[in-house]
Design a protein around this ligand. Structure first.
Ligand code: SF4
Ligand code: SF4
Length: 139
């Protein structure tokens, strides 16, 4: 099967587990890590291309989910609708890459596309749905 792009989000309790090792060794999957941010004691995320024999691919994803990893399809792009945005700042508190931040002293919320790792966390928190994504279909 052709590689699929996915985002993995790791709860802090499991960031030190050798999950990637198991994907390769136990499920014979090929992995190309595109971006990652994994720190001890913090939620981590990883953006990767994953490919392999279809049955093992599904088993590998199932293994990750059983370990507590959130597996989501990779958004092709994140945009912020500036007309809808109220600059409440909620998204800036959860953006792991600093792509969404508050500019001082204006207190305007800025979206720096070049820093975005397309983790999708901000999509869920925005109260006015100002952040939008185009998605490759769910994994
Ligand atoms: S998807 Fe949203 S939360 Fe994730 S890095 Fe991009 S702007 Fe930040
Ligand atoms: S959470 Fe939504 S409304 Fe609030 S600053 Fe972020 S994009 Fe704007």
């Amino acid at each position: 099967m052709s590689p699929k792009k996915i985002v993995l989000r790791f709860p802090s309790q499991i960031v030190d587990k050798p999950l990637i090792y198991h994907l390769v060794k136990d499920y014979e999957l090929m992995i190309n890590v595109l971006k990652a941010n994994v720190n001890p004691d913090k939620e981590g995320f990883m953006v990767m291309e994953l490919s392999g024999e279809p049955g093992k691919y599904e088993q590998g994803l199932s293994f990750l989910r059983k370990q507590g990893v959130v597996v989501e399809s990779l958004s092709e792009g994140i945009t912020r609708n500036v007309e809808k945005c109220t600059h409440c700042g909620m998204c800036t508190s959860i953006c792991p890459s600093g792509a969404l931040y508050i500019s001082r002293p204006s207190m305007e919320v800025i979206f720096d596309d070049s820093k975005c790792v397309i983790c999708g966390v901000c999509l869920k928190i925005c109260p006015v749905k100002a952040i939008e994504a185009s998605v490759n279909g769910r994994q």
